[in-house]
Each structure stands twice: as C-alpha cells, then as structure tokens.
Design a protein around this ligand. Structure first.
Ligand code: DHB
Length: 393
C-alpha cells in the first residue's frame, strides 16, 4: 500500500514537474534535420563540400534557431536514388525529422519529392539543379541554382563575342539537357548555329564525343558535366589535342569547379564559364567564408556546392526564427521571400517558384598567387530561373 502510494506521488510530481517546466523545456526541444548526401561514389566531392559547409555554418551560428536545438543527421546515399528514397522514408518515419536537406543529384531530389509532399516535410535542395525540381513538390525550397539560370548568360556572352558556331557536349540527364536546351535556344535566337552531343552519366568516356566536336570545327565547345567530373573531362580534352585546336572551351562553372580546378593544371587557363559562385568572388562575406572554410577543412577550397549547403542552412535558420521553430508548411512559407547576403552575393528565395534568385557572373580561369581561379569579369545581378520566368508570363 505504502509503496503504491509513493509511486503514485512520484507519478503526480513528475507530471507536475513536466507541466511546470513546459515553457522553459521547449527551449531544449530538438528540431532534426535529415541531411542526405552522396558521401561515397562518383559525386562524393559534393557530399564532402556540403557536409563541411553545414558544419561550418553551425560552428559560426550555434546549434539553436527559433528556440529549437538543431540536430543534423547525415546519411550517405552514395548518389543512388533508391537509397535516397529509403533514407528519406526512414528519417521521416523513425527520426521524425522536421526537414530534409542535401540532394546531390537531380534523380535523388526527384525520388524524394513525393515523400516530402505526403509527409508535409520541407525539402531543402542544396545541390541538384534541373529547373523542374521545385515543381515536383510544394515543400521543396532550392538554395543551389538552376542550369538554365547559369547557361543563358553564357550563350548571350558567346553570341556577343563573335562566336557563330558552337558544339554543346553535356551529360545526358536532367541538368545537362537543361543546359543544352537553354544554350541552343538563346544562341540560335541570336543567329548562331549549334550541334548537340550528349555523354552518359555513368562512367563517361568523353573521347569519342571530343573527336566529333573537333571534326565539326566550331568556334567554341560548350560543356556541362556535373561537379566532380571536370578533371577527367579536361584530361581527355588535352589528350585529344583540343587544347591546341583553336576551339574555345566555354561552359557552366560546373566543369571548372573550385574543388578540382587547381589540380587540372594550366590546360584550364582561359576557359570561360558562367556561374553563381567562384571562390575568387571579391566581397568581404566571401573572403571570410573562404578563409573559415579552408581553416576548418585542412585547406580545402569551397566550391559552389559548399555555398548551396551554407545558404540552405541560412534559409533554414531564418525560417525557423520566423516561425518560432515550427516546421511543415509554415516553415516553407517563412522561407519564401527570404533575402540575405551569401558568399555568392545578394540572394533571395523567389516566393513564387521557391528557387534561389542570385547573381550570375562570366568568369575566366586565371592564375592568382600561383593558383588557378575562376576570375569574375561581368556580373548580372538577381537572375531568376528563366524557364519558370517564361512560364509565368
Ligand atoms: C547536378 C549535379 C551537379 O553536380 C551539378 O554540378 C549540377 C547539377 C544535378 O544532378 O542536378
């Protein structure tokens, strides 16, 4: 009897304690972020860069936002869509994550989109860049970029700088096809002619395509390969003798990715690309970012994937602050229209499309202080994804 009475007392006081502490205890509430990245496989550089950027953001900004403790759970999908989907399902059902983030390749983001919609879990796309991705779920917010957004300025620059005939060579999946279409439509619209070549995503051998490109004798070769594939492309470009062919190499900045650029050697000198981020971007915010990122990662230079991850955390923290730590639809709505200064420059989340609006620069590979960099020489501010901008008209 006595024992039961004591237990009853403990039960009551425990309840009272919980109720009494309800307000201060909420400060300790955890908001879990499921960060799914390719940490292994051919896109492992993307995973490594984003993981490092997320860690840096938390080291600089603390691990609380909107009164919640942000716990990041990193999962490796190896760049395989079935794995991404399985991991997302597990994070939603068992870990009860408040948001998902990462998504190193387009198929990985698309495989997860129906789960985000069904569970009403915000999905922050930090890397994948096919234009249509944000249309796959109203819960997707993107902090990377879109291929058409980066490509149209390159095509305009090529046409304005005397190029008449271009061969495009792209990796044959979403972002490559986006780049090919955007380049072709813009460049032919300005009177140029284009021949299109596509190379498979898995184990690409660029040689036969480079031979075809050389035989066509264009003014320039426009290339898109995903982050992590640029060094292999440049090696085969040199082996096929295209560096001495007089054919100018142009592309989106994915091919001269800052993670690999310095290892490509002098063959990369003079390559012209368009992109939303260069480690050489001249701003106090970027200088501070590059210095801190290198210091925390044994000298590794941040690339555009790192900035997509860093900005994704910026959007998450600002969104949680605005909603007092609420997730779901409220968090997605709070992220719409957010604006901040990123290492890439002034950015905002388009409230209509949930894509990031950011500057796009034309850059040339040059040697600065003995290292290769994409040196920006022309910048267009506040560029929207042109595919969705055209649809909205
Ligand atoms: C995608 C992946 C990349 O590595 C990149 O540089 C651009 C786009 C993608 O799969 O969407």
């Amino acid at each position: 009897m006595q024992r039961r009475a004591i237990l009853k007392l403990i039960g009551t006081s425990a309840l009272a304690l919980t109720a009494g502490l309800a307000t201060p205890a909420s400060a300790q509430e955890v908001f879990k972020l499921g960060l799914i990245l390719p940490m292994t496989g051919p896109s492992a550089t993307t995973g490594r860069q984003i993981d490092a950027a997320v860690k840096l953001f938390q080291a600089q900004n603390g691990d609380t936002a909107g009164g919640k403790k942000i716990q990041v759970i990193v999962k490796d999908d190896g760049g395989v869509a079935d794995q991404t989907k399985r991991l997302a399902q597990d994070l939603i059902v068992n870990e009860k994550v408040g948001a998902l983030a990462g998504f190193g390749l387009t198929p990985l983001a698309l495989a997860t989109a129906p789960l985000s919609t069904q569970a009403k879990v915000p999905q922050i796309v930090m890397a994948a860049a096919t234009a249509t991705i944000t249309e796959a779920s109203p819960f997707i917010v993107r902090t990377s970029f879109t291929l058409p957004q980066a490509t149209v300025p390159m095509a305009e620059w090529a046409a304005a700088n005397g190029m008449k005939k271009v061969v495009t060579l792209v990796t044959d999946y979403g972002p490559g096809i986006d780049a090919e279409k955007a380049f072709t439509a813009t460049f032919t619209g300005k009177g140029g002619t284009v021949e299109n070549l596509r190379v498979p995503l898995a184990n690409p051998d660029f040689s036969p395509f480079l031979q075809k490109a050389a035989d066509a004798k264009p003014d320039a070769l426009f290339v898109f390969v995903p982050s992590g594939f640029g060094a292999q492309f440049m090696k085969q470009f040199t082996e096929r003798g295209l560096d001495k062919s007089g054919i100018k190499l142009i592309g989106t900045g994915d091919v001269t990715d800052d993670d690999l650029l310095n290892g490509m050697g002098d063959v990369a000198l003079g390559v012209i690309t368009s992109h939303h981020y260069s480690a050489a971007h001249d701003s106090p915010e970027n200088k501070a970012f590059v210095t801190a990122f290198k210091a925390a990662n044994g000298g590794m230079r941040p690339n555009f994937m790192a900035v997509g991850g860093y900005d994704g955390m910026q959007a998450l923290y600002a969104g949680l602050k605005a909603t007092n730590g609420q997730g779901g639809e409220a968090l997605v709505n709070a992220m719409k229209g957010l604006a901040w200064t990123s290492p890439r420059g002034a950015v905002s989340i388009d409230p209509q499309t949930r894509d990031i609006i950011n500057p796009i620069s034309i850059r040339k590979v040059e040697k600065v202080g003995g290292e290769l960099y994409n040196v920006e020489f022309t910048t267009l501010p506040a560029v929207k994804d042109p595919v969705k901008a055209a649809k909205a008209q």
